[in-house]
Design a protein around this ligand. Sequence first.
Ligand SMILES: *Cc1c(COP(=O)(O)O)cnc(C)c1O
Length: 425
Amino acid sequence: MNYYSTKNKELRKSFQEAVKEGLPSDNGLFMPERIPQLPKGYFENIQNKNIHEVAFDVLKPFVEGDLKDDQLKSIIWKTFTFDFPVRKIKDNNYALELFHGSSFAFKDVGATFLALCLEEFYKGKKDKCTILVATSGDTGGAVAAAFSKVKNIEVVILYPSGKVSELQEKQLTTFDENVKALEIEGDFDECQQLVKQAFLDADLRNQLNISSANSINVARFLPQMVYYFAPFIEFGKEPLTISVPSGNYGNLTAGLIAQKMGLPVKQFIAGANRNDVVPRYLDSGQYEPKATIPTISNAMDVGNPSNFQRMMDLFSEQELKEKVKGFAFSDSATLEAMKKVYAENGYLLDPHGAVGYLALAEFMKTSEGKGVVLETAHPCKFMNVVKDVTDENILPDSVQALMQKEKKRVKLKVDYQEFKKFLLN
Ligand SMILES: *Cc1c(COP(=O)(O)O)cnc(C)c1O
């Protein structure tokens, strides 16, 4: 499969090139040149399949030419090592839990798949690769866990001092050898700025192979199609309404591509917090990016979502408005929903899942059939919010162990020359 740029449909890169480069140089995003179709009748016996078989069927055409069947199988088996359980919340509404991986967020799937692809592509090569990632919290932990045992690849994670939770910081700073954490005395935007400057520094790029592991990479968003099949393995071929708590819209874009391949999704719902640029677009047809507003569902605090470009590439404005209904909610509504659902139904939502649940519940008022919300993170990642819902100890054992580990990181000021010196040492 080849990939073009959303800014230049003539450009053709192989899967391997697209993964190594991360972003096309014209500032567009890589897109698969065609959307393969699942065989007719694929969903007739979907309940007899397991997630590994589905992952292979879905991903094979996207990597054809760059990964042999046995290589893809090995990557799939090492990526999908945990379950995606479907849990009833209330009536016809269910949660698809995506947070049973190493860093307790759905990003583990994409980060692990990307790490294993890069390991394969650099295997036996003389050149090494350095991955640079700026994180506001969740991405760093997923990337650190995914790359920690990967050979030939170094990872440098930049995080804003004092702005990530204690658990998130432990998830970034307790790996050794090839994963290095930089605590930057600045905010997330300044971390991201340092990374961008490195990508524009020709002198640095002459000395170092740098790449990025942010959600723009095709190897991060393509494997996210796979878990959308999990509720169909559970319930069968009956079409479902699926609600996706969204920030940068990578997760929803993966779902839309799965639907184009044949996944019987009745309706997609986009749940947003106050950063509601996409729901407003779906209402008005005007796309107006805004400065980011901080909220309690902070992994969705994105004022100008990158994957909007991909959604516009897949669909016309009219099609997108039909396929996706958008709803946005305030922090107080989100916290209220967490409390109500926990009190009445005994299900503890995290703040991101709660936004998705509110959006689903809103839509289901006038719709029938089953609805599923993607639960994108374990509530224990957001104890500062969850403590207002319950004072039960919800920390998994592995988290308690992690909190005992010693953090290792280098502190840096927001100074590009210092950062460059660090990279070259
Ligand atoms: C990253 C993240 C999101 C947003 O996903 P996008 O693909 O950027 O839309 C939602 N919830 C959690 C917990 C996340 O970490």
